[in-house]
Design a protein around this ligand. Structure first.
Ligand code: SF4
Ligand SMILES: [Zn+2]
Length: 355
């Protein structure tokens, strides 16, 4: 079992143990993970554009493989290899993924996900990290680079090295903070780090001349829709105060083999309403937009029962509006959205105001 050093003061042992037990059950059914790549519209720092998404199949997230079981909301570990993956194999995965794309049109970003942490040497050996970044650096069509990592792997020397290799490109380190509320991180998500750990990592990245993107999770388990909305807005305000560049709201998608899936199957959880996403974006644009470069929300499985959804009749138009707001960074697309389910949604909050 890989070594992890979580902030034990922010671990709920019983909660972590229940996630661990569930994780072991599903890991036993695991099939060999494969790399994936696709391209889709994205809001870049320079404006509306596209991004290449590459998911490398590594050994998997150290936190999910630990005795603490990983995050209650995440099943990415089931896409991993669960065994050591050599540097050369990761570089080949990356090259093969990039070969899929021809006639790329700038402005173009690239996002590298590992279903864990790109800066964890156990997942991505230094040699592979350097080679992959060098390949990106040589590609003149790509102007923006993002990879994801947990904050404990953010170190001055690692970030400095990335900045040096990617010289001239906009470079962002994405951290799945999920919430700035330590109690939610501990009792709802089992994140294994605190908001303070996020702030420390942010300082390191900024000191080395790079940028930070914070993922905020929309609707952790055990929160009502209203509590989740409030938490997203207050988390966005909190991260905007530490000088990050991008806020990305990540609405829940029910992954297989997770605690949140169990709650959902047992009738104790519903993924967020798309109306909630609209409300969160509106409030955040008003309260935090001046402090950050962009606020985005790209629901996965939107309109489906495992993703953020409304009544089924209005889902497509609301999803399109959310996509446009993210791309254009203005709220105009939300004008004139209506559906009878909106009244049902507001009934959820009728006894209390949202503000
Ligand atoms: S959300 Fe991130 S840190 Fe948590 S288990 Fe998934 S990959 Fe690991
Ligand atoms: Zn509707």
């Amino acid at each position: 079992m890989p070594e992890v050093n979580p902030d034990l003061a922010n671990i709920n042992p019983d909660f972590a143990h229940s996630i661990y037990r569930l994780r072991q059950k599903y890991l036993a059914l695991h099939k060999d993970g494969k790399s994936k790549a696709w391209i889709s519209k994205d809001r870049l720092i320079s404006g509306a554009g596209s991004s290449i998404y590459v998911i490398l199949a590594t050994r998997g997230c150290r936190w999910a493989l630990s005795e603490y079981g990983g995050c209650s909301i995440c099943g990415y570990i089931y896409d991993a290899k669960l065994k050591e993956v050599s540097a050369s194999s990761l570089v080949s995965q990356f090259k093969n993924a990039m070969q899929k794309f021809s006639n790329l049109i700038p402005p173009l970003g690239i996002k590298i996900f590992t279903s864990g942490s790109f800066l964890d040497d156990l997942e991505v050996p230094l040699e592979a990290r350097k080679k992959i970044l060098q390949l990106i650096s040589k590609n003149d069509l790509i102007s923006e680079v993002t990879f994801e990592t947990r904050p404990e792997f953010v170190k001055h020397d690692k970030i400095r090295e990335c900045v040096e290799i990617l010289e001239g490109k906009y470079f962002e380190v994405a951290i799945g903070l999920e919430s700035s509320n330590d109690r939610i991180l501990r009792d709802c998500i089992n994140k294994g780090f605190t908001f303070n750990d996020f702030k420390k990592a942010t300082k390191i990245v900024q000191k080395e001349g790079a940028n930070v993107k914070a993922y905020i999770f929309v609707k952790p388990p055990f929160l009502s829709e209203k509590e989740a909305i409030k938490d997203c807005i207050s988390s966005a305000i909190d991260v905007s105060k530490v000088g990050i560049n991008t806020i990305s709201f990540n609405p829940c998608t029910i992954h297989k083999g997770t605690l949140i899936e169990k709650l959902w199957k047992d009738g104790f959880y519903r993924p967020p309403w798309l109306w909630s996403l609209q409300y969160i974006l509106q409030e955040t644009f008003e309260k935090a937009k001046n402090q950050v470069s962009r606020i985005i929300c790209q629901p996965v499985a939107g309109g489906k029962k495992r993703g953020a959804h409304n009544c089924g009749k209005c889902d497509k138009q609301v999803l399109r509006a959310i996509q446009q707001v993210s791309l254009l960074q203005n709220l105009e697309s939300f004008d004139h959205l209506e559906c009878e389910c909106r009244y049902l949604f507001y009934q959820l909050f009728s006894h209390q105001s949202l503000s």
